[in-house]
Design a protein around this ligand. Structure first.
Ligand code: HEC
Ligand code: HEC
Length: 211
């Protein structure tokens, strides 16, 4: 300890000071920038039991949040808050979070490395790939890559779907079709209504296979 460590400590302090304005301005409308360590602590306490310590949930109907986009995560948490997205589990969870909590947690999850997905029905991958990359002109389903990207990475308000649990993805397509997710989801509702049950399952398997 002591003087030997002084130069490196100074370096860290300077870096923190220099990067502060950038953090503040990148979060328009919020009072403080994201605190990743605080986000990790909050996520580790309340959310980890279902979503995994690093956002890679192990349970097929609990979505992975690792590597998910901040804009999208915040929108979904607010949609639960405003009952635009119905979930007996997530509505009370979201209601317990302050705006700062949501910001910190979203930034923590966005920085975690997503684990690869598990494909249960490889025989559906060929059809799933076709739907994902080309859509289906017969029933008017658009391709998915225009918004979710060819590799499933998504961006901003377009969620990452690569490596997500196929059971969860399929369930969400059914929720769009039935109107349980209805806020700012006109495209997804139309997509989900038009997919045949087989196409919905196949494209869910294909999204899970993407890395
Ligand atoms: C008891 C299990 C459980 C706990 C605890 C839990 N979640 Fe969830 N979470 C779920 C389930 C199930 C869903 C999917 C619900 C749905 O279909 O809308 C979900 C969905 C989400 C989504 C939407 C993901 C997406 O891809 O659209 C976010 C964001 C989220 N949870 C964040 C959190 C945060 C933050 C916490 C902690 C404060 C938390 N969850 C605690 C089970 C849980
Ligand atoms: C025009 C853009 C667009 C196209 C095309 C599109 N999506 Fe989406 N998708 C979105 C947006 C935006 C959301 C988030 C909506 C919300 O807030 O619920 C979404 C959400 C989803 C979700 C929920 C993810 C989660 O974590 O809960 C799934 C699954 C999905 N899309 C699958 C597909 C599939 C499969 C296709 C192609 C057949 C497709 N999407 C085409 C824009 C698009």
């Amino acid at each position: 300890m002591g003087l030997r460590h002084y130069p490196s400590m100074l370096g860290v302090t300077l870096l923190a000071v220099l990067s502060l304005p950038a953090v503040l301005t990148s979060e328009a409308g919020s009072t403080a920038g994201p605190d990743i360590a605080r986000g990790q602590a909050l996520a580790g306490g309340e959310c980890a039991g279902c979503h995994g310590a690093d956002g890679n949930s192990e349970i097929p109907t609990f979505p992975k949040l690792a590597g998910q986009h901040v804009v999208y995560l915040l929108k979904e948490l607010n949609d639960y808050n405003q009952a635009h997205r119905a979930s007996d589990i997530m509505q009370p969870m979201a209601a317990s979070l302050s705006e700062q909590d949501k910001l910190d947690i979203a930034h923590f999850y966005a920085r975690q490395k997503p684990a690869p997905g598990t494909v249960a029905k490889p025989e559906l991958l060929a059809l799933g790939k076709q739907v994902y990359l080309e859509g289906n002109s017969k029933n008017g389903v658009p391709s998915c890559d225009g918004c979710h990207d060819e590799d499933g990475a998504g961006s901003g308000k377009f969620p990452r779907v690569a490596g997500q649990h196929p059971e969860y993805l399929l369930e969400e397509l059914q929720r769009y079709a039935s109107g349980k997710r209805s806020h700012g989801t006109r495209v997804m509702r139309t997509v989900a209504e038009r997919l045949t049950p087989e196409e919905a399952e196949a494209v869910s398997q294909y999204m899970a296979s993407l890395e």
